[in-house]
Design a protein around this ligand. Structure first.
Ligand code: CAA
Length: 445
């Protein structure tokens, strides 16, 4: 069977940044270490006044097409995943196509376009759609452009304000991909939950503490479902495990839960037993609360073992490097984690071709998905071609007053005009409103 997967990825960050320990924490009267150590974040990316989900998505896609030498005729689908859409009818993908048509001779008139919504998991669902479309043989030799783009803003004063972010990830899905092949096997953990939602409002209603618990519960369910089709997983099976990363502290919890699950009934559990005992089994307890207390105690001890910390340092921590600098990109976040891991491998000269990733996506509301990816021979070239450091370095560092202004600029209920903080260069920009309330864009050389 021909491999189908991600041929190339490009990332586009919002052009502004907010320093969390340096600028945000002092204003909140909080210890900067809550951000750097607790949440695991140094900075958030923000869009400048001329940026939005369309410009960031189109800019990521444009870079990707240029780098891979793709023309509109090579693309048979454009799917945009977002939870920051501004129109209940016209999909963001039509705007993105319109932008790209300004700079290419060809057009996307024969490409199927859509928009995917299921909170942060929609980007991964769009990968599924592309995979299925190619497997079904409906692609006519073409690939799919999947764009995950979000401006993840919370209401001022919400606890989530610390975890904001903005950026886009563009991916080209094709046969014989250069980066990763997607597994056919996948697992789901899905339930009707009220943890984070935006009932026709821009900023989320969020029960932060509950959302953390729902994330973990659904992720565990997805892993068990994945194992039911792919067989038991083992900690040494995967080079990296990129998770949806609303903030790195969340993934610290997910990594520990997954490790505990994976080592059950393995020699690793046995070897650790001298140090911390065996994992408590539900059957051994009459009372559910006592079982949960024992499990919590075991998990706390597991976290402190050298065996776990070494595994975490190799398998999970490298997935978080980019997220620490950009915050939550919602639909793009798990795809940023994948790139972060592969960049780590490149920088450490690891030979990854043929190795596997386990990818754990999550969307509030709520659903988790797990699947494996096999790293392809072309991965190094793909990752080497990214200019992430350059982009992150070039961001304008917002003062507190700037931050308050730019939050208002992107608040749909406010009509605020500010000078741009940065100067657009070779990118699409927002260019005002049309007569039917549509947004207009132009390319700035
Ligand atoms: N030094 C070191 N660590 C510190 C610290 C300090 N001075 N002060 C606090 N911390 C630690 C805390 O112990 C905590 O870590 P643990 O959970 O491991 O104990 C961490 O920093 C965060 O501190 P708080 O829990 O006190 O932070 P908070 O109450 O202000 O809010 C939050 C945390 C609820 C996650 C909030 O940021 C939030 O609501 N975020 C938005 C929702 C979210 O991201 N949920 C994640 C799951 S849902 C999802 O994944 C979908 C999505 O993208 C939104």
């Amino acid at each position: 069977m021909t491999a189908v997967g991600i041929d190339a990825i490009e990332i586009w960050t919002g052009n502004l940044k907010l320093d969390l320990p340096g600028t945000f924490a002092p204003q909140k009267g909080e210890d900067p270490e809550k951000y750097t150590k607790g949440l695991g974040l140094n900075a958030s990316s923000f869009p400048d006044s001329y940026e939005d989900i369309v410009t960031m998505g189109a800019n990521a896609a444009h870079r990707l097409m240029e780098r891979k030498g793709l023309e509109p005729d090579d693309i048979g689908r454009i799917d945009v995943a977002t939870e920051s859409a501004f129109d209940n009818s016209k999909p963001v993908s039509t705007y993105v196509a319109g932008c790209l048509e300004q700079v290419y001779d060809g057009d996307f008139h024969h490409a199927n376009k859509g928009e995917r919504k299921f909170a942060c998991i929609a980007g991964t669902q769009s990968l599924d759609d592309a995979y299925n479309w190619i497997r079904a043989g409906r692609n006519r030799g073409r690939g799919a452009l999947v764009i995950a783009t979000d401006t993840a803003l919370y209401a001022r004063g919400d606890a989530g304000e610390a975890t904001q972010g903005a950026g886009a990830v563009a991916m080209y899905i094709s046969e014989d991909p250069d980066l990763v092949e997607l597994s056919t096997e996948q697992g789901y953990g899905s339930a009707d939950e009220t943890d984070f939602l935006k009932p026709n409002q821009q900023f989320p209603s969020v029960d932060g503490k509950r959302s953390v618990q729902v994330y973990l519960a659904r992720m565990r369910e997805a892993l068990e479902d994945y194992e039911s089709v792919a067989g038991d997983t083992h900690p040494d099976q995967f080079a990296y495990i990129p998770f949806h990363t609303p903030f790195p502290g969340m993934v610290r919890k997910a990594g520990l839960l997954v490790y505990r699950h994976m080592i059950r009934d393995t020699p690793i559990e046995k070897e650790l037993a001298d140090e911390i005992g065996r994992q408590p089994r539900a059957e051994a307890f009459d009372d559910e609360e006592a079982f949960h207390d024992a499990l919590r105690e075991y998990t706390d001890a597991l976290k402190e073992t050298e065996t776990y910390q070494e595994w975490y340092g190799e398998t999970i921590d490298p997935t978080l490097t980019l997220s620490r600098e950009v915050g939550n990109w919602y639909t793009g976040s798990v795809h940023v984690a994948r790139v972060s891991a592969l960049k780590h491998a490149l920088e450490n000269d690891l030979d990854l071709a043929g190795s596997q990733l386990l990818v754990g996506s999550y969307g509030s509301g709520a659903q988790a998905e797990g699947h494996a990816e096999t790293i392809q021979d072309g991965w190094k070239e793909e990752i080497e071609a990214l200019n992430l450091e350059e982009q992150l370095e070039a961001r304008y560092d917002l003062s507190w007053d700037d931050y308050e202004e730019i939050h208002d600029v992107h608040n749909h209920d406010m009509d605020v005009d500010v000078e741009e903080f940065t100067t657009p260069d070779s990118e699409f920009v927002f260019d005002g409103w049309g007569r039917m309330g549509e947004r207009k864009y132009r390319y700035v050389e």
